[in-house]
Design a protein around this ligand. Structure first.
Ligand code: ADP
Ligand code: DP6
Length: 323
């Protein structure tokens, strides 16, 4: 056992979304999802186990976190402590190179980095598949951040077969342009938002059924390098996820007026011959799936309406990196 481990994990943006759990504790999703890992946003986390700590400490971006945030981290580390038979408390130091809780996938990079660091510190040495199952229990989307490129998180039938698998390294002129509309912490977390949707939205059943079809079509499009089909499926899947929230009771919506503006611009760009497609998560920011070679053109167009520093170009990101 090393007692200490440090890792970096990159964020991922779902093209086929995960929105709803069938088991809240084990974090088992209602449907399989598919994402692209991105290199622009990541988290670096160090975990140290020591007999000298009386309790767990969680520092995020240099700041000691309150009891509630630390509890979430302690519960997660307990999975490793239990499996590795460790009784020591831990200090966790994490830095997000991404705005936290703004719909820019901080929970994905955050829990994937924490899982990878715990894996080293505890000496468990889990393989990537097992590690993705551990990461899943911190935050569903973190399951996918263990790998780079295009990744599928299989719904599975139980807690042992719901994990991520890499499906393509995405090294074929793929990128994203991210428009930061608002990087403040959202009012409704993804966790609360999806729970409320599952419980109250009459559209939810149709959403799960559509995902089954969408993910098969998306995988085929990736296999065939059919960017246009992949983009169209991505756009409709994202919009349908947001439709489930509009159908919830009471309804809620993560969009802001500028989100709609960015989405309209994407459709205009398409009419002008630039193949690009939008998707949005649990926040107002808009992610544009595009050809990396066309990302500068897209950025130039967006600059007519959005400040330059709010437009981020990214290529596909790698899987977890041990530091
Ligand atoms: P996002 O859209 O950024 O993923 P979520 O609401 O899904 O937002 O998740 C935010 C939560 O993720 C935070 O409240 C925190 O519990 C967790 N999180 C964010 N960053 C980290 C980190 N570096 N380490 C551990 N957990 C993190
Ligand atoms: C809209 O993975 O953050 O980004 O499992 O409750 O931690 P928890 O939720 P989280 O939700 C992500 C929702 C999403 C879609 C996606 O990433 O697939």
């Amino acid at each position: 056992m090393n007692n200490r481990g440090k890792a970096r994990a990159y964020g991922n943006i779902a093209l086929i979304k995960y929105w709803g759990k069938r088991d809240e504790k084990l974090i088992l999703p209602m449907n399989s999802s598919l994402s692209l890992t991105i290199e622009c946003f990541y988290t670096e986390t160090e975990v140290i186990f020591s007999d000298s700590f009386n309790e767990d400490y969680f520092y995020l971006n240099g700041k000691l976190q309150d009891k509630l945030s630390t509890r979430k981290i302690s519960d997660f580390i307990d999975l490793f402590r239990k499996a590795a038979n460790i009784n020591m408390k831990a200090t966790v130091k994490s830095t997000n190179f991404v705005p936290t809780a703004a719909g820019l996938a901080s929970s994905a990079s955050g829990f994937a980095a924490l899982a990878a660091a715990c894996n080293v510190a505890s000496g468990l040495n889990l393989d990537h598949r097992e590690l993705s199952m551990y990461a899943r229990q911190g935050s569903g989307s973190a399951t996918r951040s263990i790998y780079g490129g295009f990744v599928e998180w299989k719904r599975g039938t139980n807690e042992k077969d719901s994990y991520a698998i890499p499906i393509d390294d995405a090294k074929w002129d793929i990128g994203m342009v991210i428009v930061i509309i608002n990087s403040k912490e959202k009012k409704i977390s993804s966790r609360e938002g999806m729970r409320h949707t599952v419980l109250t939205s009459p559209f939810y059943k149709a959403w799960v059924e559509s995902c089954e079809r969408d993910i098969e079509e998306a995988k085929l499009a990736i296999k065939n390098r059919d960017f246009e089909s992949l983009g169209l499926i991505t756009e409709r899947n994202g919009l349908m996820m947001h439709a489930t929230m509009l159908g919830a009771s009471p309804p809620f919506c993560y969009w802001e007026p500028d989100s709609v503006l960015a989405m309209k611009l994407v459709r205009e760009l398409r009419k002008e011959g630039i193949t690009c497609y939008f998707t949005m998560d649990a926040g107002p920011n808009v992610k544009i799936l595009c050809r990396l070679s066309e990302s500068d053109k897209i950025k130039n167009r967006l600059k007519e309406f959005f400040r330059e520093e709010k437009i981020i170009i990214t290529g596909p990101g790698p899987g977890i990196v041990l530091l």
